[in-house]
Structures are given as structure tokens and as C-alpha cells.
Design a protein around this ligand. Sequence first.
Ligand SMILES: NC(=O)c1ccc[n+]([C@@H]2O[C@H](COP(=O)([O-])OP(=O)(O)OC[C@H]3O[C@@H](n4cnc5c(N)ncnc54)[C@H](O)[C@@H]3O)[C@@H](O)[C@H]2O)c1
Length: 352
Amino acid sequence: MNTLPDAASILVSGGAGYIGSHVTFALRRAGFAPVVLDSLVKGNLWATEHAVAFRQGDVGDADFVRSVCDEFHPVAALHFAAFIEVGESVEKPDLYFCNNRDKAKIFFQVLAAKAVRHVVFSSTAAVYGEPLAELIREDLPTQPINPYGQSKLEAELALRALSDVHSVALRYFNIAGAVPSAGLGETHYPETHLIPRLVLPLIENAEEVRRALGLGGGFKVFGTDYPTRDGTAVRDYIHVCDLAEAHILALRYLLGGGATNIFNLGSGAGYSVSEIVTAARKVLDRPDFTPGIAARRAGDPATLVADSTKARTVLGWVPKRGIEEMIGSAAEWHRTSRYCQTVLGKARAARI
Ligand SMILES: NC(=O)c1ccc[n+]([C@@H]2O[C@H](COP(=O)([O-])OP(=O)(O)OC[C@H]3O[C@@H](n4cnc5c(N)ncnc54)[C@H](O)[C@@H]3O)[C@@H](O)[C@H]2O)c1
């Protein structure tokens, strides 16, 4: 059992980003004291408002991380800080190995030296590469096919190699949804994820934002002849709030003496692209919506779904929110002026 006070301080690297900010919100609601550490290279200051403290700096700056540890004496750390664009990682592999692997190693080493012995690491389905099975278990071989996946895998291995740190790697598949009532949601620039790319062209007030993100062409379904239930590719999506709950459970597991472990986080069944389109028509009240159809993209497997049995049995994690809630909350978020102003600001900065 966790005998530590729940107001224990938890370091959250990358807590100004999409997932880290939602987990910070959940940590606070669960009675922990999240301290966000983020360079703001991608994140947003407003996204740290649920933290008990925010310190701006780089996870690869050992002196900075040491000083944050000395100030807050965290009992655990959650490591989200990373670059996340697969395409960019292919163009700039050094950038990804430096940020996602080398800086992560520095971060982990400082944590170990400062006796922060519990770490939850944001890993990814990209570590499996083109998996040998459609339902992916944690013991499948890891064979990343891009520098993003490789850099995340090497960070995972470096963390696991630290014998005096107990860690959990959470390998997530696709994450969507938002908590607009808390002022939080997905705010990536550029935006490569399917749900925002589907939702933004379907909501009324986002014309300027769509242009800034290059989404004027509308949404396309790539491939309708896959050997799946309706011919479109099947992918695994979970709501960011279900993901946040998994982090709290993983943290409690470690604080309660749990051993170093790896857990996949997914819905178990996945959604076909066609099912996601149907849900969008219903939730956004756009029965007329007909997406474009294009040929399959090279290297896109028919089905990528997580077997999350281990997370369910060991952590007791049960994802509760379905695709309609992911789409509905994303749409609500993408309508907010906080979202629109942030994306337009990032687009302006990129032009300078
Ligand atoms: N978004 C997804 O669907 C998804 C899927 C699988 C895994 N993941 C993993 O989840 C994590 C978070 O993803 P996200 O979507 O929230 O990304 P994000 O870009 O929204 O957030 C990342 C945050 O990390 C910060 N950061 C990056 N490098 C830093 C550094 N060196 N020092 C300090 N801060 C730094 C950025 O400023 C940003 O606030 C990543 O580790 C990613 O690999 C995300």
C-alpha cells in the first residue's frame, strides 16, 4: 500500500504539452502535487495552470533538473517531454535521438542521483514497428521503423537499466479527446493526428485555423480495401482522460512497491476509420459528411490494436470513454478561442 501522503510532489516533464497537461490535471484531482518542468519548446504556459508549480527548463540540463529536485523533493517523476512527429524524425534523426533519448538519459540519471526512485515513462506503439501480430502484446519484439520509435525505445531501455529506479513504461497507441472545462485540449502545430484533422474541417468557426494548419483539403480515408470488418484500417484510440487515469494507477503501483514493468494502453478492439467517420457524422451533426477516398499509404498496416490485458489485470485500468466522447470533447476544444489563438500564434511565429 502507498503509505506516502497523497500531496506528495510529482515531477511532470513535458507537462505543458497535450498529454502531460491532462495528466497534471488528473494528478491534482487525485490529491498529488504535480510540479511541471517544461522548456516550452512545443508546449504552452496556459497548459500548466493546474500544476502546483511550473519551472521552465530543459530535461537535458542536469543543473536545472537537480535544482528542481532540491526545491520540491519529488517522490516520483512522469516523463512526457519529447518530440513526437514521426515524419520530422525521419528528416532530422539527430534532433530526435538528442531530445528523446540523450536528454531523457540525463533526466533519468539526475533523478536516480537525487533518489527519485519511481518513474513513469510515456512510451509508444511506435516501438513495435510493423508488428508481427494484429493484437499487440508487450512481449512482441520491438523493431521500430523510424527514428521517433527508435529514440523512444532507447530511452525506455536506458530507464530500465537503472537498477535503483523502479519504472513503468506505458506504451500508448492513439490518444484523442480533451477536457475543455479545464481549459485543456490537444494543441499541436503542426497537427498530424487523425481526430483533430477530421474534426477541424467539420466545425463552423475554424476557417483561419484550418488554413494555418493546412487542412483546407478536407479529410481523406486512405484505403477501403483492407481485410478488416469494413475495409478501412483499424487503429486503437483511447481518451486522454482514460490515459491520465492509467498514469495515476501506474504511479500508485510504483509507490506501492510494484516492480519495473511495461504496459500497453489501448481500447482492446480499436476503431476502423469508417467507424470514426460515422461517429463524427453523428456527434457533430453532419449527416451529409462524405470524406474523400484515396489509395492505401505504403507501410500502413490493416490493423494496429493493443492487447491491454496486462494493464487491466495488474493496474486495474479500465478505459471508459468511447470514440464519440473523444470526438465531441475534441470538437468543443477546437472551438475555443484559447485553442484558436494559440494555433494562430504558433503559425505566425513559424512564418517569422
Ligand atoms: N500524442 C500521442 O498521440 C502520443 C502517442 C504515443 C506516445 N506519446 C508520447 O507522449 C508524450 C507526450 O506527447 P504529447 O502529444 O503530449 O506531446 P506535446 O508535444 O504536446 O508535449 C511535449 C511537451 O514536452 C516539452 N518538451 C519537449 N522536449 C523537451 C525538453 N528537452 N525539455 C523540456 N521540455 C520538453 C514540449 O515543450 C511539450 O510541452 C511524448 O513522450 C510522446 O512520445 C504521445
